[in-house]
Ligand binder design. Structure first.
Ligand code: ASP
Length: 354
């Protein structure tokens, strides 16, 4: 994935408060209308024309942009690797990072980065917009300005938010707890199972107790993904054929089963036979609930005890976005045996360990 440094012509302030890198990947944020009224990516070097206040933030801003900005529906693990590398390579020179990304898959990318950046001690704040920056009512301006402020915020010389987060519509949430929940209104993201890390109003109110403690570890980058996984959402009436064909996918190493409620699934014999066969073949089966709030508790009902007895692993209160990216990264970095060991443990605050 190619990327380049962009000159946005902000004169360097005499005493910059912080050094912040913006990584521009694309999405609605940077769209403008062409002569025919069609939305196309804008040239990021013109950002000051849309957002002159950038000059007044007293920040030393460096911008790195994807050579070809993308709609985030086209995001692939290669893009995560590129974002991870940009952050890793520039980590020592910057106080924080703001990643501009399309909203559609932002929660996948923020989850992936949370797992990739082991030992992160600086802010990595994702944001974007529901309306392009070229539109008068756009949410892009507030989202970017506040994301920059959060990325540069420190207390007693230390970054306040040493985590991968999403800032959107006046709320800061942990990146690996986020879900896109809204495509029309501005409140696009929500974290059901973990409190917001900050709320922005007249001032930015940080929930200090919910924010991760900075680590003393040195940053390292994990970036191998194994995409031989599948995601199966259960529904009443699901057929054996469809389920079997997924389980028999060539090279399949793991499957996420999106179950009902507290992690419940049918107890029909055909269903259990298919699962038993898959598990006997060495396929890891991870139980994630379709329910955004609460957690998988295998054994609470008979309909989930059977899963536990078969060797299905509980995903606790992980989002599907966190489960997908964590599985691919663990499989790629550590292989199936270690993945089994670590998948149910918290790596970046993505699940609640009981
Ligand atoms: N399709 C766009 C994207 O995810 C939507 C957005 O940015 O809000 O890139």
């Amino acid at each position: 994935m190619n990327y380049k440094k962009i000159n946005i012509n902000t004169a360097l302030p005499a005493n910059p408060k912080s050094r912040i890198m913006i990584v521009y990947t694309g999405g609605t944020f940077g769209m403008t209308r062409d002569a025919n009224g069609v939305l196309v990516p804008f040239d990021f070097s013109h950002i000051l024309a849309y957002l002159p206040t950038l000059k007044n933030l007293m920040l030393d801003i460096t911008v790195i942009a994807f050579e070809h900005p993308i709609d985030s529906s086209n995001i692939e693990p290669e893009h995560w690797q590129t974002i991870g590398k940009i952050i890793f390579d520039n980590y020592d020179d910057q106080d924080g990072f703001v990643v501009l990304h399309g909203t559609d898959t932002m929660a996948f990318t923020s989850s992936a980065l949370a797992f990739m950046l082991e030992g992160l001690a600086k802010p990595v704040i994702f944001t974007g917009a529901q309306l392009p920056i070229s539109e008068p009512r756009s949410d892009a301006r507030e989202n970017l300005i506040t994301a920059l402020e959060i990325a540069s915020a420190n207390r007693e010389g230390r970054p306040i938010v040493p985590e991968v987060c999403i800032y959107f519509d006046y709320e800061l949430i942990r990146g690996c707890r986020a879900r896109k929940v809204e495509s029309m209104y501005f409140d696009a993201f929500h974290s059901e199972n973990y409190p917001a890390l900050a709320k922005a109003g007249v001032k930015i109110d940080y929930a200090f107790d919910a924010i991760a403690n900075p680590t003393a570890k040195k940053l390292s980058l994990r970036s191998k993904f194994d995409t031989n996984i599948a995601l199966l959402k259960l529904f009443p009436g699901i057929g054996a054929k469809a389920m079997e064909s997924i389980m028999e996918t060539d090279g399949l190493k793991a499957i996420i089963l999106e179950t009902y409620g507290a992690g419940n699934a049918p107890t029909a014999e055909w269903f259990l036979v298919i699962l038993r066969k898959a598990i006997a073949k060495g396929i890891l089966v991870l139980n994630i609930s379709q329910c955004p709030g609460g957690m998988v508790t295998q054994g609470r009902y008979e309909t989930s005890k059977t899963l536990a007895d078969l060797g299905v692993i509980s995903g606790a209160d992980m989002t599907t976005e966190a489960a997908v990216t964590k599985l691919m990264l663990l499989l790629g970095e550590l292989g199936p045996d270690q993945t089994r060991k670590w998948i149910g443990k918290s790596m970046a605050g993505e699940l609640s360990e009981l």
